[in-house]
Ligand binder design. Structure first.
Ligand code: GLN
Length: 549
């Protein structure tokens, strides 16, 4: 029988429930348990796919093509859980399903209510990740206790615990213990209030994870334990670990969190093995080499808008025993100030995915700078589109070349709408989404990176390379190194006469893990470390590199 952990948050949002859920998943896996994870987002949107990255950060795409919350990216990076459509539900999806059933007459004329219909629907969603063989299902409740929209979710997880038996369920509450400088004191009151709100919802937390700037004194721990009715050893301290997010599981384990969970749930899972993770962390914290790459995007000021990209760059660094410094460049700044001022000195340039016209010309300039200065370039989705536009204009002489996303009537639509997108009207969930197979051409940089012919990668786009230009571009030095199995869609393009210029129509960042760096990120960073001036400046040669995978 699957045991359940529910993770709630109090006091303020953004305390890292996702990272903590993922860390708990990793710790349980390190004890040989099989875990699954999911997140409930209490907002009304059906999914974050149509939300602005400024509003919501990155949209994370699963293998089966769900557009989801970025916390699912943490789940996949930390654990081996199967992350799919069943791992992210919102108030929107829950109501959508209940209303659809009501319209079909499935409630047999009953009055449809939040309790029991909405709460039952939430409980059904929880059960979806408790499939055969799963020892522990971890469900994270987004937002914080006290939010109006969280109420049905709290009621559902309360009922769930009651139904499957309290000993089969753990409630873990993430909270903030602030330090007041003027009083030189840590304050437990916000946590007490958060826990009292949980209690009003009928939930007694079993474990408190306390985000804090300073260590919790024994006194504070005692107070929290007493006032919140949580065992003393189950008051866990979590100090800021930035920039090493991957340290969180280690911090939690040092305080026995996984042991406490296993004991409280009555699971048999002695011993643990985190060796691979610890080795990764060691390389991350003490890299032998270093490099700097630029990410040229349009949500640069927003920390989480390119979450998986930044993480995958870090992983690429780990694979090469290198620390990767990221220069975050606003695409419009490149338009205003020029490439040289924004990009001078970087050893690699990455243009990530994106939508809409703002900043496009800056990204085109960045691609040009990378091509002309022979700086390694990794273009992802829109980053491929921009580099293709640049190549068309400046190498092939097609001065007006563009994507029909930005100029519907361009004379040279080198990037155009996918055939399957032509009658699509609704915005939500209608892109080419999720994993698709791709065949790599031998003797290309892409093939050398992956070391195999057949790969599968995740997509999220409506536009693609226009095959009418393939012949011309090939004659000018473009190599179409990855194609869909039927040969109709271009998935990877590279430049022959360049140290490392690779563009992907898919999103490799979604499949990169700290312990399994994605081949394209690994090779991009390797190229950044070994091309041009970088070699002399770092005073080591190619042979000195000893990538781990
Ligand atoms: N806007 C482009 C498209 O829809 C690129 C999307 C992306 O970068 N994910 O095809």
């Amino acid at each position: 029988m699957t045991k359940h952990i529910f993770v709630t948050g109090g006091v303020v949002s953004s305390l890292g429930k996702g990272l903590n859920s993922a860390s708990i998943g990793l710790l349980l896996e390190s004890r040989g348990l099989k875990v699954n994870l999911q997140k409930f987002d209490p907002y009304v949107n059906v999914d974050p796919g149509t939300m602005s990255p400024f509003e919501h950060g990155e949209v994370y795409v699963t293998e089966d093509g769900a557009e989801t919350d970025l916390d699912l990216g943490h789940y996949e990076r930390f654990t081996n859980a199967t992350i799919n459509k069943n791992c992210n539900f919102t108030t929107g999806t829950i109501y959508y399903s209940v209303i659809t059933k009501e319209r079909r007459g499935e409630y047999l004329g009953k009055t449809v209510q939040i309790v029991p219909h909405i709460t039952n629907e939430i409980k059904e969603c929880i059960k979806k990740i408790a499939s055969e063989g799963v020892d522990v299902a971890i469900s994270e409740i987004g937002g914080i206790v006290g939010d109006i929209e969280s109420q049905p979710f709290l009621e559902a997880i309360r009922q769930f615990g009651q139904e499957i038996g309290r000993k089969n369920v753990l409630y873990i509450h993430l909270t903030l213990v602030p330090y007041l400088k003027a009083a030189d004191e840590m304050k437990t009151k916000p946590t007490q209030h958060g826990v009292s709100l949980l209690r009003q919802a009928g939930i007694e937390p079993d474990i408190l994870i306390c985000r804090t700037e300073k260590s919790l004194t024994a006194d504070i721990k005692n107070k929290l334990s007493l006032f919140c009715s949580v065992d003393k050893e189950a008051v866990i301290e979590e100090k800021d670990v930035k920039p090493y997010l991957y340290e969180i599981p280690i911090l939690l384990r040092e305080q026995g969190l996984d042991r406490i969970i296993v004991e409280k749930l009555g699971l048999k899972a002695d011993g643990h093995n985190l060796q691979e993770w610890e080795e990764m962390l060691d390389t991350l914290k003490n890299p032998r080499f270093s490099t700097e790459v630029a990410v040229v995007g349009k949500y640069i000021g927003h920390q989480s808008a390119y979450e998986s990209i930044y993480e995958a760059l870090t992983h690429g660094g780990v694979a090469n025993n290198a620390g990767v410094k990221v220069r975050r460049v606003e695409a419009e700044d490149v338009e205003r100030k020029g490439s040289e001022r924004c990009l001078e000195g970087v050893k690699g340039i990455l243009v990530p995915g994106g939508f809409g016209e703002r900043g496009i010309e800056g990204k085109v300039l960045a691609a040009r700078y990378a091509r002309e200065k022979e700086i390694p370039y990794l273009g992802i989705c829109l980053g491929l589109h921009c580099a293709v536009i640049e190549f068309a204009r400046n190498v092939c002489g097609l001065k007006d070349a563009n994507s029909t996303e930005f100029d519907r009537h361009t004379k040279d639509p080198v990037i155009c709408l996918l055939e399957e997108q032509k009658g699509v009207k609704n915005l939500g969930g209608t892109m080419r989404l999720g994993a698709h197979p791709c065949q790599l051409q031998p003797d290309t940089k892409a093939f050398r990176a992956y070391g195999k012919e057949s790969i599968s990668e995740r997509h999220r786009h409506r536009y693609e390379f226009n095959n009418a230009y393939k012949k011309l571009f090939t004659s000018k030095g473009m190599v179409f190194s990855g194609l869909s199995p039927d040969g109709n869609l271009v998935e990877i393009i590279e430049l022959r006469e360049h140290p490392w210029f690779v563009m992907a129509q898919f999103h490799p960042e979604f499949k990169s893990k700290p312990t399994r760096p994605h081949p394209l990120f690994r090779e991009f960073i390797r190229a950044a470390l070994t091309t041009g001036k970088a070699v002399e400046e770092l005073a080591y040669g190619r042979s000195a590199l000893n990538p781990k995978s």
